[in-house]
Design a protein around this ligand. Sequence first.
Ligand SMILES: Cc1ncc(COP(=O)(O)O)c(C=O)c1O
Length: 454
Amino acid sequence: MSGASTPLGGRSGRSTPLHLRDVVHEVVRHFRNEKDSEAHRIFRNSAGHKPKVANNVLLPQTVNPDEETVPGIDTLEAPVIPLPEDSLEYAPTTGVKALREAVAAMYNAEYRQDKLSQYTFENVCIVPGGRSGLSRVAAVVGDVYCSYQVPDYTAYDQVLSAFRRLVPVPTALDAENKYRLDVNQIKKDIRTQGLEVIEGEELEELVHVCRDASATLIMDEFYSWYMYPEDEAELGKTVSSAQYVDNVNSDPVVIVNGLTKNWRLPGWRVCWVLGPKNLITALSQAGSFLDGGANHPLQLAAIPLLDLERIRLEKLALQKHFKAKRDHVLKRLDELGLHVAVPPQATFYIWLNLEQLPAPLNNGLTFFEELLKEKTIVIPGIFFDINPAHRRNLFHSSCHHFVRLSFGPPLADLDKGLDAIGRVLKKARREGGHAFGHSYKKSIEGVHQLDKHV
Ligand SMILES: Cc1ncc(COP(=O)(O)O)c(C=O)c1O
């Protein structure tokens, strides 16, 4: 650190010691440049970093035109993007009415067929992405305590830091409890945010506990289709807290979801917030100063994607495909001697405990660095230790010994990543721990890239 041109405290102007993550960012900023790193250069030149074109259509970089990414999906009609003249104008900050109607109809049909109280377009606000939805919600709630879980989605860190009216209250999730949200703990805490996979009676209880306590429950349901039931007959089943809302206009349940994950269209920036009518009115006002609303033509293009039969097919294809990839990765990790204590029943991420490895490979940051040399990215666990405004000291973070692996990429790429893990472990066996934990070359750009993967 002695070569730093600016003292570590200089950037923030704080006199108190900086948080570990700040320290890491500062070190990276001052000492490392992407051009110095062979690993980075190879990574940049790899196929995934170049735009791909199939049938004259530019595909997202993660889509390989030569490969069927999700079986079944390709057989569905490709979305058409209409451009009527009025779509050149702003859409309303609550979104295009027909799309709002389609979202409401989808929740009613999928989760509320037996309920008297039904969602209408007035319960839906279309937003330009999930993070925008969360920011709009954060902008309109009052001065409240906001419970959140650790580990969790990294963007919560900044949302909970930026919106000062939210007072964050962390709850640690633990392996013994399989990282499940503990409804009893929620009963004790002041609560707004429930973000782990829970379903059935437990989810119902959570909705009721919040309603009875007049506490707002914000449900991030972005991964609600990524579920892997053991029983094949249950494939295609998905979960939403919408199922347990009694009165759509008085129960304080706010659902955030959209095309980003379930429809695998992150570039569209078309998402929604579902909740009581009066909340939607407030979200409209927040949208007028925060983001100005979601992309107009893509809102129109999204309407047919909410067709119920299309959704049924997509869910089935998606679950089969990702379940097979999950099982494949878990099996290969096991063969490498990396047993996953809590295999994921949902999402496309594996939370891998490295404590079984020799130091310093048992640290998520070192493991990440060593794999980067092998052209493979995993995310250090500490990134998921949500720490709004750096209030806590993360030196003893329970996430240090973890990395998060994604099984989202195509199977062949997953195998390359697993081969890379195998090589790092072999090197550890051959050369011992002293071979690791030094001479890293990376850059602040590299860390920005990393943020995209989190
Ligand atoms: C847990 C979670 N919630 C919400 C989102 C929404 O993301 P976006 O703002 O890209 O729509 C993501 C995306 O990574 C996520 O992982």
